[in-house]
Design a protein around this ligand. Structure first.
Ligand SMILES: *Cc1c(COP(=O)(O)O)cnc(C)c1O
Length: 408
């Protein structure tokens, strides 16, 4: 990265004049925190006592035997508090907010996972908390909205535009512009204007640091390949960053949706439907048409359904340090089912993208090869989607009966 937060041609901070001093304040606070060894110690301690760190590296012996190739390990980010790697980011930013002396946090959320994580952090630190969420998403993600409110957050349904994630992001920026003095915007992934891509990746690097130590301790050697799913790119940046200086192949798996030819996917770095552009304050590859109009996206995993991608990953893609692949909804469901049956693990639909691609490649490798799959989160939250996808008749009647009980 250069001074202004560029990674090759990507990144930067394209900001309205009024936000520039706030971003400078944030960048300075982050730089200071990073230079202070006590800060990382405090962060590690917080994650140990609040969020189950270090998370285990689980040998997947049954999957390894079943697939018959590389030895498979799974990094268990699903065991974090609130069920995903998102805790790493929000707790880190929470500590930074304390240093900034601010009392209020805001965040955008699509599927609601980042909203729940942020509301959790705000409760723990005693911050006032407002979550912006597209009105459509509020309707679709009721359980997460319920938890955010129980945790004490204000949830504001955004009625602008197409009433989804990107509209929530715009609204959160609008709030920030009028409350810069006491408010911090907790951005949810390794995207957005500098310093967010770097800062979020920094907190998530705890995944890769642990994974590297763990595999060296158990196997006495580095892994050959690492697989991580890529939405905005924060869990991938987290595990990859432990291995950038090693001869380890890094594979980012995007949402292939209904196939790369279908137009219904969210693959920015491995499809023909994306190109470089500037939006939401930074430069990266966006799913857009020739006129720069953002395309609609689709994925069975709500957390991967985003038009942009981390500028750091866009650069690593161009430099060929990270290989990008896509996994279709169908392959994801198959991988999920196999993982549940063979290992008793329930990966989130997002994480299952990494599993799907790993299962395709592992059999072509040998028993002396090692792969690590990053299980970014747990799948409990996906019960509605998965029950639908498997067309579970008993689940349907349960939902019908519950609805009738409320009508009575
Ligand atoms: C939010 C989420 C993702 C996608 O975000 P990244 O920033 O790409 O990591 C992936 N997995 C899970 C479980 C999530 O909740």
């Amino acid at each position: 990265m250069n001074k202004k937060g560029y990674y090759g041609p990507y990144g930067g901070a394209y900001l309205p004049e009024i936000l520039i001093s706030t971003f400078e304040e944030l960048t300075t606070a982050f730089e200071k925190a990073k230079a202070d060894p006590e800060f990382w110690k405090t962060y590690e301690q917080l994650m140990q006592t609040y969020s189950c760190r270090p998370t285990p590296l689980t040998p997947a012996e049954n999957l390894t035997a079943h697939l018959g190739g590389a030895r498979i390990y799974i990094k268990r980010e699903d065991l974090n508090h609130t069920g995903a790697h998102k805790a790493n980011n929000v707790m880190g930013q929470g500590l930074l907010v304390k240093r900034l002396g601010k009392k209020r946090v805001i965040a955008e959320t699509g599927a609601g996972q980042h909203g729940v994580a942020t509301a959790t952090m705000a409760a723990k630190f005693g911050f006032d908390c407002t979550i912006y969420m597209g009105e459509k998403d509020v309707d679709r993600q009721r359980p997460n909205v319920f938890w955010m409110k129980r945790l004490g957050a204000k949830v504001i349904p955004v009625k602008e535009g197409t009433r989804v994630l990107k509209d929530a992001i715009n609204e959160a920026f609008r709030d920030w512009v009028s409350h810069m003095d006491d408010t911090h915007y907790v951005l949810g992934t390794a995207c957005g204007p500098h310093p967010f891509p770097e800062m979020v990746s920094y907190f998530q690097s705890i995944i890769g640091t642990e994974a590297r130590e763990q595999i060296l301790q158990t196997e006495g050697q580095l892994p050959d390949r690492i697989f991580a799913c890529v939405g905005g790119g924060s869990n991938a940046m987290g595990i990859f960053s432990g291995f950038f200086d090693d001869p380890v192949e890094l594979v980012g798996v995007e949402a292939g949706g209904k196939g790369l030819q279908s137009g219904q996917h969210a693959a920015r770095l491995c499809s023909d439907d994306a190109s470089p552009g500037i939006a939401q304050g930074y430069k990266t590859w966006f799913l857009q048409n020739d006129e720069g109009q953002m395309r609609g996206t689709h994925s069975i995993a709500a957390g991967l359904d985003y038009v942009g991608v981390s500028p750091i990953l866009a650069d690593l893609h161009e430099k060929k340090r990270v290989r990008f692949e896509a996994a279709t909804d169908e392959a994801v469901l198959e991988a999920m089912e196999l993982t549940m049956k063979k290992e008793g693990l329930i990966p989130a639909l997002e994480s299952a993208h990494a599993f799907a691609r790993a299962f395709e490649e592992a059999p072509k490798m040998t028993a002396s090869d090692i792969i690590i799959i990053n299980q970014s989160g747990r799948g409990d939250k996906d019960i509605f989607t998965i029950a639908d996808a498997f067309d579970d008749p008993e689940w349907k009647s349960f939902i019908r009966d519950t609805a009738e009980r409320y009508h009575a």
